[in-house]
Design a protein around this ligand. Structure first.
Ligand code: FES
Length: 111
């Protein structure tokens, strides 16, 4: 089981910590199930960059970055070294704590 803390770059949003998160699901799925607004224009199949987030902690707890994912991250807004696509961050079997930061989702408005 995992604990995931979601932080937000959007002003006025407080961090949310979710406990007892099961493995075998992506961070995108976890977010959506818990009413955390995270864009996913391609439906979670690694064909866009709207589910982009920063993985601050827990890099070893999710599936590794693929070349395809890296290509899409290059097209995201403000990519950083710890950028990931949340639909590709599938939680591995195990336990631990993850911390992610979501870019300001309002920057996609109008798409
Ligand atoms: Fe499109 Fe993740 S939702 S790449």
């Amino acid at each position: 089981m995992y604990t995931i803390t979601f932080k937000f770059e959007q002003k006025g949003l407080e961090p949310i910590t979710l406990n007892n998160i099961e493995p075998d699901q992506s961070i995108l799925e976890v977010a959506l199930k818990n009413d955390i607004d995270l864009h996913h224009n391609c439906g979670g199949v690694c064909a866009c960059s709207t589910c982009h987030l920063y993985l601050e902690q827990g890099e070893d707890l999710v599936e590794e970055l693929s070349d395809k994912e890296e290509d899409f991250i290059d097209r995201a807004i403000n990519p950083r070294l710890n950028s990931r696509l949340s639909c590709q961050c599938v939680l591995l079997e195990g336990d631990g704590n993850l911390v992610v930061t979501l870019p300001d989702q309002t920057q996609f408005l109008g798409e």
